[in-house]
Design a protein around this ligand. Structure first.
Ligand SMILES: Cc1cc2nc3c(=O)[nH]c(=O)nc-3n(C[C@H](O)[C@H](O)[C@H](O)COP(=O)(O)OP(=O)(O)OC[C@H]3O[C@@H](n4cnc5c(N)ncnc54)[C@H](O)[C@@H]3O)c2cc1C
Length: 490
């Protein structure tokens, strides 16, 4: 008889694990507390607009492709992808903006116009960054379940050991003088959840992901990827249960016996949780937890966010699909997220306008957008404070781009710290898990397999490899490989 695997949550790591394990002959059942699948990549429709609630930057297309190839498919079998050109716009003020092109030659010429000699320096930097990408993502990522330091040591990483002990900020500042170019090159690190001064320079492979591989957009938004993975899983027999909240994990003789789904015990042989790690441990009796509250309180968390999903009855000008408002002090905002957590005095923010690429995500003549302000976790959250920041960002958009958004809002929804906690059981309201700092890299992250409870496993952005959709997909593969290997040896 097939072994029964239960998976808590339906984020990308859970979907990925469900696909790999069902293909390997397990009887897989997914339990999601919310009424739709995809975790933080949820989507909702309102007044003719289609909003992606979470991820919007489709980077590292090779990781998505590799996943589908493992099932004899390609992303093309499920969704249409468009490479964006310009990829995104970085806004320093009204006259001072950079639009990032879709290839290295073009971006190098743009750099050269801003700082003499920087075009060639950029090409050299991206050559190194590509080498790191090939080493880290193409070769190592899939072989690093985070069990020991030895996974990190090989002849190539030894040569790059200095890159683990210098940070990206210093590395970039040594190479480029212009503050705008420095900000553009530090931006990709924000995907790793930590500030650039706290991120090892080895992670500059994210710059190759950005400029080398480009920014893509699925035709119907990121939810196309969720649907595609659900379809692969269902083809392999996975059963999905929504509105199914797990309240407790049942243990017998130090081994998983089952889970309480909406209060009712259901038995399984193996359990994976793709829900936030801290929350999953709270479903266990204290003696079976591996990490203390002080452990979690002392981690470096990725930011939370204040989000506004907006439907506008007007087209916006002087803006692209992805717009980064870097018109305030980057370091000050980063300190207000990580060092001295508080509501930011004058935050950077991101404005996404999906309908700039795909009209059908909004009614004709309308615009579909969302605003994201990165915040520290655990901030006191209220309607009044959300509105205060809404006004701040709308004023800045109006002053810089000339678009008076306020008069044209026909749909508005906000989402912030308390919603992250309530909707996803997220620790402190984090948006994308534990940051990839030096002390939270690889074997130093929470483990994929429980040391205290047999047949209990974890996946997702709080484990290895880290935050973001591509790492979550890899995380599901890594945990499946461990399970398949462990079960073979039993
Ligand atoms: C606003 C935002 C923007 C982002 N932008 C990007 C981006 O542009 N590009 C990118 O690559 N990444 C981005 N990310 C990060 C990316 O979305 C995440 O890293 C990834 O989706 C996490 O997947 P996961 O599998 O770890 O789990 P999650 O997506 O967190 O899924 C966990 C699931 O578990 C469920 N759950 C929790 N508790 C229980 C319970 N007790 N019972 C049952 N189910 C439970 C939750 O409801 C949730 O569905 C963004 C994230 C956010 C929030």
């Amino acid at each position: 008889m097939k072994k029964k695997v239960f998976i808590i949550g339906s984020g990308f790591s859970s979907l990925s694990a469900a696909c790999y394990l069902s293909k390997s002959g397990y009887d897989v059942h997914v339990f999601e507390k919310n009424n739709s699948l995809g975790g933080r990549a949820a989507q909702f429709k309102a007044n003719g607009f289609t909003f992606d609630m979470g991820p919007s930057w489709y980077w590292m297309p090779d990781v998505f492709e590799r996943f589908f190839n493992d099932f004899g498919k390609s992303s093309k079998n499920f969704y249409k992808l468009k490479k964006l050109n310009p990829a995104y716009r970085v806004i320093f003020d009204k006259e001072n903006q950079i639009q990032i092109g879709d290839n290295i030659d073009n971006i190098s010429s743009q750099f050269e116009k801003i700082e003499k000699g920087s075009g060639e320096k950029l090409k050299k930097f991206l050559k190194e960054s590509k080498e790191n990408y090939d080493l880290a993502v193409t070769n190592m990522l899939y072989k690093m379940p985070g069990k020991s330091i030895f996974e990190l040591i090989n002849s190539k990483t030894i040569l790059k050991v200095n890159l683990f002990f210098t940070n990206i900020k210093n590395d970039i500042e040594k190479r480029f003088k212009d503050s705008r170019l420095r900000s553009v090159l530090q931006f990709p690190v924000l995907f790793l959840g930590a500030k650039p001064s706290n991120t090892p320079a080895f992670y500059n492979f994210m710059n190759y992901a950005d400029f080398g591989l480009g920014t893509w957009q699925p035709k119907n938004g990121f939810y196309d990827v969720v649907k595609a993975m659900v379809s692969v899983a269902e083809e392999n027999g996975v059963v999905f249960n929504t509105n199914s909240e797990i309240n407790k994990i049942e243990i017998e003789k130090k081994q998983v016996k089952g889970i309480y789904v909406n209060g009712e015990l259901q038995k399984c042989d193996i359990l994976i949780s793709g829900a936030d790690y801290h929350h999953t441990e709270s479903l266990l009796e204290e003696r079976y937890r591996q990490y203390s509250e002080s452990y979690w309180n002392n981690r470096t968390w990725s930011p939370s966010s204040l989000l506004f999903y907006l439907g506008l009855n007007k087209k916006l000008s002087n803006l692209n699909h992805h717009n980064l408002f870097f018109d305030t002090d980057f370091d000050k905002h980063a300190n207000e997220i990580y060092t001295n957590p508080k509501w930011p005095s004058n935050p950077l923010f991101y404005l996404n306008i999906t309908s700039k690429t795909y009209n059908h995500t909004a009614p004709p003549g309308h615009e579909n957008c969302f605003i994201l302000i990165p915040l520290s976790t655990n901030l006191e959250d209220s309607e009044t404070i959300r509105e205060k920041y809404f006004k701040i960002v709308l004023d800045r958009i109006k002053r810089i781009s000339g678009n008076d958004i306020e008069k044209h809002i026909i749909y508005k929804r906000s989402f912030c710290v308390s919603d992250f906690k309530e909707t996803y059981n997220s620790f402190g309201g984090n948006a994308y898990g534990l940051a990839n700092t030096l002390m939270q890299t690889a074997f130093l992250r929470p483990k994929l397999q429980s040391k205290k409870v047999k047949k209990l496993y974890f996946s997702g952005q709080l484990t290895v490899p880290g935050p973001g959709v591509p790492p979550a997909i890899v995380s599901g593969k890594l945990v499946s490989d461990i399970i398949i290997n462990n079960e073979r040896t039993f």
